[in-house]
Write a protein that binds this ligand. Structure first.
Ligand code: COI
Length: 353
């Protein structure tokens, strides 16, 4: 596919690695292409990073027709840049598009434009330990009418941001509050899709948790408020009396690429991983009788994040003595070792540019 490139006339200086944080600094360019039923995806372009002009009736502004992805490019010690499991993100993006009635992008085309954009911006991939180039593809409905219907016109954009840690705690344990009032998703809804609305609806509980001193909330299922689901920015895993448990993909949970990678790494190491329903009562029991050995979250932005404190109904529990546990550390080291090319990649997960 032809991609037209317009270079910026005002390139920015690359940021100091110490100032990165998450998603605040952007590279000099962005990728865009448009969809119309008779033309398909067309007008692929890399243009200077800047505002997107929308018709005031654009579907996304009224009915939330938007999906997104998150993946990272890593700078290896030899200076080369590589992506981690990009096809997994592309496939999930199309699953999300299908759920939101947005046009899908043929996999080969999606990979081609992603690679073209990341190659163009690769100088922005930082090299300091723990840093990477976070890539955010997003796709939204752009019909210029207020009727509620399947989207016909859509726009696909990719932006990129050099990042450090998602949580201010870095690899130190985060504290999480189990939310028992709001719910994130229900089965049959959009929980498995990476759509903006899921995140918009999570902010109220997130704010309440922050006011109480917790980083994020852990969601329970939307029907019985009984089963553990996910944190929103990451999937969760627990080690209880030797068994590694992660909530099964019921349709209400995001099928995380990092979740899938952690399961593969754990199985390869000989651990039993149970993808099953895990109730908050079972978790409370394990917290009270000391059989909860470790808890951690995993996601592209969050990487592998130890959970050091858990609160439920105004009761607070310390996990793993508030420290990172050995399995969490193993996963963090192995996963990031593969991502940054410090370790062999027996799974074929990395794709050098
Ligand atoms: C990611 O891990 O890439 C995410 O999309 C989570 C988030 C920052 C919303």
């Amino acid at each position: 596919m032809e991609i037209k490139i317009t270079e910026t006339t005002a390139p920015n200086a690359k940021p100091d690695a110490a100032t990165l944080g998450f998603g605040r600094i952007f590279t000099d360019h962005m990728f865009m292409m448009d969809y119309e039923p008779d033309k398909g995806w067309h007008d692929a372009r890399i243009i200077p990073f800047g505002p997107i002009v929308l018709h005031p009736a654009a579907t996304v502004l009224h009915y939330g027709s938007e999906i997104f992805e998150g993946l990272k490019a890593y700078r290896r010690a030899d200076g080369k840049v590589q992506l981690f499991r990009p096809m997994d993100n592309i496939r999930r993006m199309n699953d999300s598009a299908e759920r939101l009635s947005l046009p899908q992008i043929p996999e080969e085309m999606a990979l081609e434009v992603l690679l073209a954009f990341v190659r163009h911006e690769q100088d922005w991939t930082p090299s300091a330990p723990g840093t990477s180039l976070y890539i955010r593809p997003f796709l939204f409905g752009n019909d210029e009418t207020l009727g509620v219907h399947t989207v016909h016109h859509a726009t696909f954009v990719i932006i990129a941001s050099p990042v450090g840690s998602y949580y201010k705690e870095g690899i130190n344990p985060v504290s999480i509050m189990i939310e028992d009032a709001d719910v994130r998703a229900v089965r049959g809804g959009t929980g498995y899709a990476k759509c903006g609305g899921n995140y918009a609806a999570s902010c109220r509980a997130g704010e309440r948790a922050e006011e109480k001193g917790y980083s994020q909330v852990l969601w329970l299922d939307g029907v019985e408020r009984k089963y553990i689901e996910e944190v929103g920015s990451m999937n969760v895993m627990f080690k209880v009396a030797g068994e590694i448990i992660t909530p099964k993909l019921t349709g209400a949970i995001l099928p995380g690429v990092t979740r899938r990678s952690c399961i593969a790494l754990l199985k390869e190491k000989g651990y039993t991983v149970s993808e099953r329903l895990f109730s908050v009562e079972e978790l409370q029991r394990a917290l009270s009788d000391g059989t909860l050995e470790e808890a951690w979250g995993c996601g592209t932005a969050a990487v592998v994040s130890p959970i050091g404190r858990l609160a439920y109904k105004d009761k607070e529990y310390t996990v793993s003595g508030g420290k990172i546990g050995p399995v969490t550390q193993y996963l963090y080291d192995t996963l990031t070792g593969i991502q940054w090319g410090k370790q062999k990649d027996p799974f074929g997960w990395t794709l050098p540019l």
